[in-house]
Design a protein around this ligand. Structure first.
Ligand SMILES: *[C@@H]1O[C@H](CO)[C@@H](O)[C@H](O)[C@H]1NC(C)=O
Ligand SMILES: *[C@@H]1O[C@H](CO)[C@@H](O)[C@H](O)[C@H]1NC(C)=O
Length: 98
């Protein structure tokens, strides 16, 4: 009787320790993810070359002209609305993100 109750309490303690450990790991991971999210917007984008939009230019066409992948083009032109390009708008066609 006492023996089985000891086993149960040992198991409960073990489960408690395990769940606390998992909780701590979750918190630690959450913090690092949060820190990463905080860091991302503060990464600096430097644009080395810009081009002015001419009539009939499209994001796709410009990316192709300057040999940029869509991913790179989007990365160096954050918050760009490609359906609302206007003539004379400056687009980045060469840059780096640090
Ligand atoms: C475009 O990129 C490809 C592959 O990197 C390269 O071979 C080609 O010369 C580039 N073209 C221009 C116009 O830069
Ligand atoms: C992009 O521009 C178009 C045309 O002005 C507009 O309808 C659309 O809502 C814009 N999209 C975003 C994400 O701002």
């Amino acid at each position: 009787m006492a023996n089985s109750s000891n086993k149960i309490s040992f198991f409960l303690n073990f489960a408690l320790v395990l769940s606390l450990l998992l909780l701590l790991i979750t918190i630690a991971e959450g913090r690092s993810l949060f820190g990463c999210d905080l860091f991302k917007p503060s990464s600096t984008l430097s644009c080395d070359k810009v081009v002015g939009v001419k009539s009939d230019d499209t994001c796709f066409g410009l990316a192709k002209t300057f040999n940029l992948t869509e991913t790179v083009f989007d990365a160096i032109n954050p918050n760009l609305n490609c359906t609302a390009l206007f003539v004379g708008q400056w687009l980045c066609i060469d840059g780096s993100i640090n």
